[in-house]
Design a protein around this ligand. Structure first.
Ligand SMILES: O=P(O)(O)OC[C@H]1O[C@](O)(CO)[C@@H](O)[C@@H]1O
Length: 243
């Protein structure tokens, strides 16, 4: 794993945003895997700025998102559908018909998961997957104990994840308890992965990711099995990592 240590969130966003924009310029038809949560917001901001000032075009890019809550309407500001439109898609020249997010309101959720996998395969797989990490080591919404062989599926959210994500909702009770999440095997099939982390609250998770054992009890450790992972993290997030 390649580790890029940055001093603050702004530098992280610039570093990640420039890497992604550079990949888009060299491969205009790239398939990007995108993440939600607080960490990538600055990166998306950088990509929007770069699009406006340098003209990096997303007109031929396709995107697949990692996950979506079950039970939130698309119009709910906390749905990842709304999040992606607001933080990125509405501000770049992407064809929104080429942006894919699991449908957390599908009448047949199992079929939705299977279709999502099919969609990714039809796109030729993910070229570059952006990831965040949960304090408990979750990647996408794959909580501890998820099989490394997992594919897109309906997953329960842990108490810890619900508490962490409650900050985006008016109350903890409003946070959905289930989601559709790309599986760990699906994520591992991406050709390249960039994982972002900031802040002290991620320090323990980052030390387990980099120095710990590969175990399904800590989902992000699966990334140690991938040959092209770049971690971009600030000093606080890397503060417990052994050199
Ligand atoms: O970037 P944040 O808000 O710390 O979230 C970390 C991870 O948790 C999730 O938001 C899911 O809980 C992921 O989408 C994200 O990668």
């Amino acid at each position: 794993m390649k580790i890029i240590k940055v001093t603050n969130e702004l530098e992280l966003s610039k570093t990640a945003g420039e890497m992604i924009a550079g990949k888009v310029r060299s491969n205009p038809e790239i398939v990007l895997g995108l993440a939600t949560g607080g960490t990538p917001v600055g990166t998306y901001k950088y990509m929007i700025e770069d699009h406006k000032t340098n003209g990096t075009s997303y007109s031929k890019v396709s995107t697949v998102n990692l996950d979506e809550y079950i039970g939130l309407q698309k119009s709910n500001p906390n749905s990842y559908y709304s999040f992606m439109k607001e933080t990125l898609f509405d501000h770049i020249d992407i064809n929104q018909e080429n942006t894919f997010i699991p449908d957390g309101n599908a009448s047949d959720l199992e079929a939705e998961c299977a279709n999502y996998e099919k969609r990714i395969a039809e796109l030729g797989g993910v070229d570059l997957q952006l990831l965040g990490i949960g304090r408990n080591g979750h990647i996408a919404f794959n909580e501890p104990g998820t099989s490394f062989d997992s594919r897109t599926q309906v997953v329960p959210l842990t108490k810890e994840t619900i508490e962490d994500n409650a900050r985006f909702f008016s109350s903890r009770e409003e946070v959905p308890t289930k989601a559709i999440s790309m599986g760990i095997q699906t994520i591992l099939e991406s050709k390249e992965i960039i994982l972002l982390a900031t802040g002290k609250s991620k320090a323990d998770a980052m030390s387990k990711l980099i120095n710990g054992e590969v175990t399904e009890d800590f989902p992000a450790s699966a990334l140690q099995k991938h040959s092209n992972v770049t971690i971009i993290a600030d000093e606080e997030a890397l503060s417990l990592v052994k050199e």
